[in-house]
Design a protein around this ligand. Structure first.
Ligand SMILES: [Ca+2]
Ligand SMILES: [Ca+2]
Length: 85
């Protein structure tokens, strides 16, 4: 089971890697990354570089820029179109 999961992650293309990252940090499985989940994702990726003080304004900016339907959360479609620009 875990072997299947690992090969799935490493062999799939870039979009699937991103979906993996996205779903990994979607802690409540609502298929959106809210401010809290985004903050946690950055801080977990590099705790020394991304302190809470650094990440908070960054996440605010990401949501402001990428949240095209203004529900305060980033859906997978919003995330994908933001990263394909
Ligand atoms: Ca979520
Ligand atoms: Ca949104």
């Amino acid at each position: 089971m875990s072997n299947y999961r690992a090969s799935e992650v490493f062999e799939e293309d870039e979009q699937d890697d991103r979906y993996y990252w996205f779903s990994l940090h979607d802690y409540n499985n609502d298929e959106h990354l809210d401010g809290h989940e985004l903050r946690y994702a950055w801080m977990a990726s590099n705790p020394e570089k991304y302190s809470k003080e650094v990440v908070e304004p960054m996440v605010d900016k990401i949501i402001e820029r990428d949240d095209t339907d203004n529900d305060g959360r980033i859906s997978w479609a919003e995330y994908l179109s933001a990263n394909n620009k």
